[in-house]
Design a protein around this ligand. Structure first.
Ligand code: TRP
Length: 338
């Protein structure tokens, strides 16, 4: 396919710690596939990570390398995907500033993603302004690259809606009939929400209930063995519940042997299948996925300078694209003075 015809992808993650299986099924897996047919940019969104970690820059700095290694170890290929660091593209901050004028406080406060996260963090009225406005800065992330597709977890859907609203408002206000900026589409995988191992909501770093791509075999085994199942399934011969049973939720996400899995579920429901046996099956399946990732990680960790080099090159390439868009934006806004 010709370069000009390929769809462009922009997506990203907040580098606040290593990535987990929830990220993997939610969007990482799609990114590995999409890099073959699309022009893909992946952003290490450190500026966004700082919106609720302003007092902890060391954590973000450390996570940049961790997350970059996560990407490369699962098969994101720097020859096909451009990986960039958000804070090193100052044009993003500039576009964010202009977008801030196009959004009302009321609209931000209605954004379900923000509402949820604010509640989770217990912010109330003491929310950092930078955090409240991160959907606007995310609009800059996406539109500066004129992205067509944004592969993210489905919790980000309301953010993408708001991004497209900003694009329409920008084009209406400054475009004189031209579509200077582009609306985007989300790309959601079929299992877009993996539950946490404790059964209390989705797998997340902050709830400390996730299996990390970088976990050792021992750690994976421990976590699976502690997974929430059916508290009423006490003896092997008791009938068990599949719904709400985290081990089966993970098998649904990772077991490709659908027929085998159906049989297993039937037996479990009827009674006669113990939790330990199902858990062992899950461990085996997860290890098949994670072992090669671990091996690749071990190689990558030997040479952090090389990884920083990949990020530097990617950021340079991405910045050129951002600068071109900003030329158009400034012209449309009549602020291209010199
Ligand atoms: N908000 C996203 C998350 O928490 C991370 C992110 C930042 C992002 N900028 C982006 C995702 C641009 C997609 C596109 O997962």
């Amino acid at each position: 396919m010709k370069e000009t015809k390929r769809k462009r992808i922009l997506t990203g993650d907040r580098p606040t710690g290593p990535l987990h299986l929830g990220h993997f099924v939610g969007s990482l897996q799609s990114r590995v596939k999409l890099q073959n047919s699309c022009e893909q940019f992946i952003m290490l969104a450190d500026t966004q990570a700082l919106t609720d970690n302003a007092d902890n820059p060391g954590k973000i700095r450390k996570a940049i390398l961790q997350v970059a290694i996560d990407y490369l170890s699962i098969g994101i290929d720097p020859k096909r995907t451009t990986i960039l660091i958000q804070s090193s593209i100052p044009e993003l901050a500039e576009l964010n500033l202009y977008f801030l004028n196009l959004v009302t406080l009321a609209r931000l406060q209605r954004n379900p993603t923000i509402k949820n996260e604010m509640k989770q963090k217990g912010y109330g009225a003491n929310v950092p302004v930078g955090f409240l406005t991160y959907p606007i800065s995310q609009a800059a992330d996406i539109t500066i690259f004129k992205a067509d597709l944004v592969p993210v977890g489905d919790d980000q859907m309301p953010i993408l809606e708001q991004v497209n609203e900003i694009v329409r408002k920008f084009n209406r206000t400054y475009g004189k009939g031209h579509k200077i900026l582009k609306e985007c589409n989300g790309f959601f995988s079929k299992t877009s929400r993996l539950p946490g191992i404790d059964g209390k909501g989705k797998a997340s770093k902050s709830l400390n209930n996730a299996i990390y791509l970088s976990d050792s075999k021992k750690e994976v085994t421990r976590k699976v063995m502690n997974m929430y199942t059916d508290p009423k399934h006490i003896r092997i011969q008791d009938p068990g519940r599949i719904k709400g049973n985290i081990v089966f939720a993970y098998l649904d996400a990772f077991d490709n042997n659908l027929e085998g899995l159906e049989k297993l579920k039937k037996l479990y429901k009827k009674g006669g299948l113990g939790d330990v046996e199902v858990k062992k099956r899950l461990i085996k399946i997860l290890e098949l996925l994670l072992e090669p990732i671990r091996a690749k990680r071990k190689e990558l960790e030997k040479n952090p300078e090389k990884i920083m080099g990949i990020l530097e090159q990617g950021t340079k390439k991405a910045r050129k694209v951002a600068q071109e868009t900003m030329e158009e934006v400034r012209k449309a806004m009549q602020i291209n003075y010199f």
